[in-house]
Structures are given as C-alpha cells and as structure tokens.
Design a protein around this ligand. Structure first.
Ligand code: NAG
Ligand code: NAG
Length: 126
C-alpha cells in the first residue's frame, strides 16, 4: 500500500510524460537477457539466444508485533515482517539450435519466463 500511495502522489506532482517511463519500471516484469549455451566443456557446440527473466520490485512491510506476539515471545519478536519477491509464475521451454564444429547442429530445450508475479520469496529453486 505505501508504494502505491507514493506512486499516486508523484504521478500528480510530475507531468505524466516525464513519469511514464519510470512508472513502467516499478513492479515485477519480464526482462530479456542473452544466454550462451555450450554443449560441453570444450564448447564444441554453442549458441546465444535472448530469454526472459523476471526483474523488479515487490512490496515488503514491517509492523510492530501484536501484543499477543510480544507476550508469547517474551518481547523478543517485536517486529512482524511481510515480504514478497519478484518471481517467475509461468515458464516455457524453447528450442535452441546449437552450432557445432564440422557444420553439425544439435537442438536443446531451455527455459524462459513467460509471466511474472510478486509471490512468496524462495531463496533458491535447486
Ligand atoms: C542480445 O544480443 C544481441 C546481439 O548481439 C543484441 O543486439 C541485444 O541487444 C542483446 N540483448 C540484451 C538484452 O542484452
Ligand atoms: C527488538 O528486540 C530485539 C531483541 O530483544 C532488540 O535487540 C531490538 O533492539 C528491538 N528492536 C527495536 C526496534 O526496538
């Protein structure tokens, strides 16, 4: 809620044309980047392709803990935080054609983000 509040305030203060490019960067959005895939350590087969990631900002907040929480934790758990992370909600596989030495070719499947959303933070997905 605070972020939307400030976005609304600034939208009123600044000309829409000036603010529009920055407003587009708020939130969690698809972001293209190039990956280079090598088939093995020698890199006999390789290719570069643009794929999508999810990059941006999601809301987080911290509230003074409820009194019941303070009591239950002997006044140690004094802050209650809520946070979300920009993450991939849907992925898709795309075929990448690798070019090898001797004019050979090889196709591999790689992942790319399809949609993004603010969701539970996961430190890793391995
Ligand atoms: C990916 O590589 C292409 C070709 O080199 C380049 O034109 C493009 O700007 C690159 N895209 C990104 C997101 O870095
Ligand atoms: C919250 O509690 C911890 C542990 O009791 C304490 O060290 C810290 O100073 C407290 N935080 C605030 C903002 O008072």
């Amino acid at each position: 809620m605070p972020r939307f509040f400030w976005a609304a305030v600034f939208s009123c203060l600044l000309a829409t044309e000036v603010w529009a490019p920055k407003a587009a960067r708020l939130g969690c959005h698809l972001h293209s980047f190039n990956v280079t895939i090598r088939s093995d350590r020698q890199g006999a087969c390789r290719a570069t392709r643009a794929v999508q990631a999810c990059v941006g900002y999601c809301e987080s907040s911290a509230f003074p803990s409820k009194y019941s929480v303070l009591l239950a934790s002997s006044f140690k758990h004094n802050i209650t935080s809520v946070s979300q992370c920009c993450t991939i909600s849907q992925m898709q596989t795309v075929k990448l054609r690798l070019r090898c030495s001797l004019g050979l070719q090889k196709t591999v499947d790689i992942f790319t983000a399809k949609t993004c959303q603010c969701d539970v933070c996961r430190l890793s997905r391995y």
